[in-house]
Design a protein around this ligand. Structure first.
Ligand code: AMP
Ligand code: MN
Ligand code: MN
Ligand code: MN
Length: 274
């Protein structure tokens, strides 16, 4: 089974259209695929149209920003009903937080001497959702930084000019939004939050207690050790395993759709439970 259940289009911070992303998934030989844009499901209609043409199994998905102990954590929802009111109300709440944050980021960047940051980032986003990725790409285009890693570190986090704290909802609440829409809730990329393994395990334990369903065991940059550890944790905390590249498709990024290691334990794979 070739699965890639974490991908972005330009409906959030990806570079390509949903149709283009679905075509790459099909060309890449995926058997099962999900578009999981940040805090919106608006790209899925187009993705479904293209997936139907190509005979690709598309799972409805979303990646929702949430809080665990005052840290921003991403929760992927898979197999969701797009018309569910509780889910869509939650997504609208996050979309408002994102708009307010974008204005504050722009103000901070402007104060540090960067001209017209909001207008320039909006131009890159094409009028779709404005995310930190768009500010990052803008700062790279303008020559302030050479890559995504340094631009986030120097401009878009903590006390840096475009660092803005957002009060997302607690991840237990986000689990409810997803499950009330009939979906499964999964912690995205657990190794990317700059947490010790002890802290990650605490988070997984709390997620299980909040009725969460699982977490991503494999993504594009997973090491052999991380996959083994993640697999062990699915057993320890009785959680399901998901897999996704977190493809965004910008010309300066190298992640490819469907180019992933396999999940070690098929019986805990999320697709057996959707
Ligand atoms: P936002 O959802 O607007 O907070 O933007 C966060 C997004 O920026 C993430 O989903 C990633 O796509 C991207 N991102 C965050 N940190 C980094 C980083 N260090 N390098 C590359 N991309 C990043
Ligand atoms: Mn992203
Ligand atoms: Mn994420
Ligand atoms: Mn993502």
């Amino acid at each position: 089974m070739k699965a890639d259940l974490h991908n972005h289009s330009y409906f959030s911070d990806g570079f390509l259209s949903p149709s283009e992303v679905v075509r790459l998934a099909s060309d890449g030989g995926c058997d099962i695929f999900s578009l999981t844009d940040h805090d919106t499901t608006n790209g899925i209609l187009e993705a479904q149209h293209e997936a139907d043409k190509l005979g690709l199994n598309l799972i409805n998905g979303v990646e929702i920003s949430a809080f665990w102990r005052n840290r921003a954590i991403h929760i992927v929802g898979l197999g969701i009903d797009l018309d569910n009111d509780e889910l869509q109300t939650g997504l609208e709440f996050n979309q408002i937080l994102r708009k307010e944050r974008a204005k504050k980021i722009a103000l901070g960047l402007w104060r540090s001497g960067i001209k017209d940051p909001l207008e320039k980032a909006q131009k890159i986003s094409g009028g779709y959702m404005l995310t930190r990725t768009h500010f990052a790409q803008m700062l790279i285009n303008e020559g302030y930084c050479k890559d995504m890693k340094s631009v986030f570190r120097r401009y878009l986090t903590g006390r840096k000019p475009g660092g803005v704290r957002v009060e997302w909802r607690d991840f237990g609440e986000v689990v409810k939004w997803i499950q009330s829409a009939g979906g499964k809730a999964l912690i995205a990329h657990p190794f990317r939050y700059r947490m010790t393994h002890t802290k990650i395990k605490k988070m997984l334990n709390d997620f299980k207690e909040s009725n969460g369903d699982g977490f991503e065991v494999v993504n594009a940059n997973s090491s052999y050790e991380e996959i083994n550890l993640g697999n062990q944790w699915t057993e320890d905390y009785d959680l399901l395993a998901s897999i996704g590249s977190d493809f965004h498709g910008w010309p300066n990024q190298r992640v490819q759709i469907g180019n992933l290691a396999y999940l070690p334990n098929a019986s805990r794979a999320i697709w057996s439970h959707l």
